[in-house]
Design a protein around this ligand. Structure first.
Ligand code: PLP
Ligand code: TYF
Length: 397
């Protein structure tokens, strides 16, 4: 039955790891997948996560199936983390959700859900996280793009964004990155978010927030939720996917929450019941362990404050590396302006290097970043920063 199967291409982001493995150059460097590394280039498990795990082991919990919607305590704590402890919409029961298979799984369920309930397309920023497009296409939606980034001066194209959003048909679902836009690292300012909120109201658009980096933008997880909280305060009915991969460093545990803000508690409950209809035949129920880790942390004042501090530590290390990388580029004699590396926020530097330059870096310097010139700043360390700067300068002078 398999004779006609062709070998599929490597994934444009995750496939880099395979190519990197095959490269035996001793100084090879990978700054591809967005996964945090410590300054020694090693994966980092947050100490608060280790401590929560220890407590969980001691409790000798059972390993029964979760419900279709997952761990309710985790979902409640996650919604408070995203929407705010004092959110009135949350207190009114208008915000409800399910545990999701991290960001990716939640996006897929959401795509399926809105398609079943009448949406034909979804609007995403151009550019956006590469996987958004196949996720929504596989949900049966047509993916359309709105302008987001001005490559000519490495900044947000806010005017273009407003113009394109103005033309979106009423009722359409529009994806917004809550903070630390992937791949560009450029977010609207709070004033611009306010303008967007007003425009979404006027045009009767349906906002959907992808919150994959809460805590990674400013280093303060509360500040990073400002866009989402503003939209909720402004009375929007919306959807949100929260991922705990990056901020809690729980990548492989697949922890997330998919939620909606409805006009009342009954409406939100009806939407959640429909999410469960999507989930049951898709994967039945989500894994337990990672959700227990997050809820142990968010339910304990000491672990929670440790989390805020450790998350800030990751964001700070990245910011230090942004400055170092820009300074090293200047030190090796680059005459190009690299200020955007310092200005951008979150995990990535959208370097402005084109595909040819990226391929040249790969061939000549064994330096691996994605074809769009996106560099995962989380993989830049004190030891490799000058090597990276040299390679970037060499292909761009
Ligand atoms: N959304 C965005 C914008 C992302 O950058 C990512 C991961 O890089 C995700 C969602 C999904 O990640 P995960 O499935 O690990 O939560
Ligand atoms: O680096 C990125 O943009 C992501 C990272 O299951 C990622 O693609 C890797 C694996 C995964 C989800 C996200």
């Amino acid at each position: 039955p398999f004779a006609a199967y062709e070998m599929a291409p490597l994934d444009p982001i995750i496939g880099l790891n395979e190519e990197f493995q095959r490269d035996d150059f001793p100084q090879k460097v990978i700054v591809g997948v967005g996964a945090y590394r410590d300054d020694a280039g090693k994966p980092y498990v947050l100490p608060c996560v280790r401590e929560a795990e220890q407590r969980l082991v001691e409790q000798k919990l059972d390993m029964e199936y979760s419900g279709i919607a997952g761990d309710q305590k985790f979902v409640d704590l996650s919604l408070k983390f995203g929407y705010g402890e004092d959110s009135s919409a949350l207190k009114e029961g208008r915000i409800q959700g399910v545990q999701a298979l991290s960001g990716t799984g939640g996006l897929r369920v959401f795509g399926e859900l809105i398609r079943r309930h009448g949406q034909k397309h979804i609007y995403v920023p151009n550019p956006t996280w590469g996987n958004h497009i196949p996720i929504f296409q596989n949900s049966g939606l047509e993916v359309r793009k709105y302008r987001y980034y001005d490559a000519s001066n490495s900044s947000l194209d806010f005017d273009g964004m407003i113009k394109d959003i103005q033309d979106i048909p009423a009722g359409s679902c529009v994806l917004l990155h809550a903070c630390a836009h992937n791949p560009t690292g450029m977010d609207p300012t709070l004033e611009q978010w306010k303008q967007l909120s007003e425009l979404f109201k006027k045009k009767q658009l349906f906002p959907f927030f992808d919150a994959a980096y809460q805590g990674f933008a400013s280093g303060d997880a509360i500040l990073d939720a400002a866009s989402l909280r503003m939209f909720v305060d402004d009375g929007h009915l919306l959807g949100t996917i929260q991922s705990f991969s990056k901020n809690f460093g729980l990548y492989g545990h697949r922890v997330g929450t998919l939620s909606v803000v409805g006009s009342n508690a009954d409406e939100a409950a009806r939407v959640v019941s429909q999410m469960k209809m999507v989930i049951r035949p898709m994967y039945s129920n989500p894994p337990r362990h990672g959700a227990r880790i997050v809820s142990t942390i968010l339910d304990d004042p000491k672990l929670k404050s440790d989390f805020y501090e450790q998350c800030k530590g990751m964001a700070n290390r990245i910011n230090t590396m942004r400055t170092k990388l820009r300074d090293e580029l200047e030190a090796v004699g680059s005459t190009r302006n690299w200020d955007h590396i310092v200005k951008q926020i979150g995990m990535f530097a959208y370097s402005g290097l084109n595909k040819e330059q990226v391929m040249e870096m790969r061939a000549k310097h064994h330096l691996y970043c994605t074809a769009d010139g996106r560099i995962s700043m989380a993989g830049v360390t004190t030891n490799n920063v000058s090597y990276i700067a040299n390679a970037m300068h060499d292909v761009s002078k």
